[in-house]
Write a protein that binds this ligand. Sequence first.
Ligand SMILES: Nc1ncnc2c1ncn2[C@@H]1O[C@H](COP(=O)(O)OP(=O)(O)OP(=O)(O)O)[C@@H](O)[C@H]1O
Length: 224
Amino acid sequence: MSDAVLQTTGLKRSFTQGDVTIEVLRGIDLAVQPGEIVALLGPSGSGKSTLLQAVGLLEGGFSGSIKLLGKEASKLDDDGRTDLRRDALGFVYQFHHLLPDFDARENVILPQVIHGAEPEAAKSRAEELLGQLGLGARLDHRPSKLSGGEQQRVAVARALANRPPLILADEPTGNLDEHTADTVLAEFLRLVRGEGSAALVATHNERLARKMDRVVRLHEGVLE
Ligand SMILES: Nc1ncnc2c1ncn2[C@@H]1O[C@H](COP(=O)(O)OP(=O)(O)OP(=O)(O)O)[C@@H](O)[C@H]1O
């Protein structure tokens, strides 16, 4: 469909080391519709992170087409790709990558201010999101004073702060114990649905994948 937030066609990526070339992505055709939450399921090494890096416009070396919000990424220069990444995408990683010298609230304010938001509006938005994630009493805590699950919740709030149409999440609960992973994922899904964002969530966990709207499987470089 033409109004997909993300559409890849024939996306390929190989890595060469010495005489050996591994074809990791062999022609990925994937469309994610607005508001749709898609699980990208595949075993370790199947290329989930490689695919997310491609559609996150974080790395070159790909062939094929990547369209975000209908814009063909390969036709953009570096500045155009940076603008598109900023306007279209939010990222959640396995490890939170929060700024250690800033508290939870500031970690969620910062990307909004960089995006051009007024500081007061950014502060209310940060407090609203963190409150919805049960962190209303942790706003002033730095990451080192938060539990692993709390740190990931802050990372979720940060990813959603600018209301991106698409969240890319790479094993967002992969670093948490099973119980915490379930809770944080449920909160992530509730918040993403509430915000109306779409999400592409890489996981090797079949059980977590089934909680999403649709599951696509990466196997031998193609989607099944
Ligand atoms: N920069 C690189 N140079 C060479 N090979 C790479 C590079 N990045 C990834 N690969 C290879 O590509 C394959 C896919 O890796 P990728 O990290 O995308 O898999 P994954 O499904 O995300 O795995 P995991 O669940 O373990 O994170 C692996 O065989 C990996 O060794």
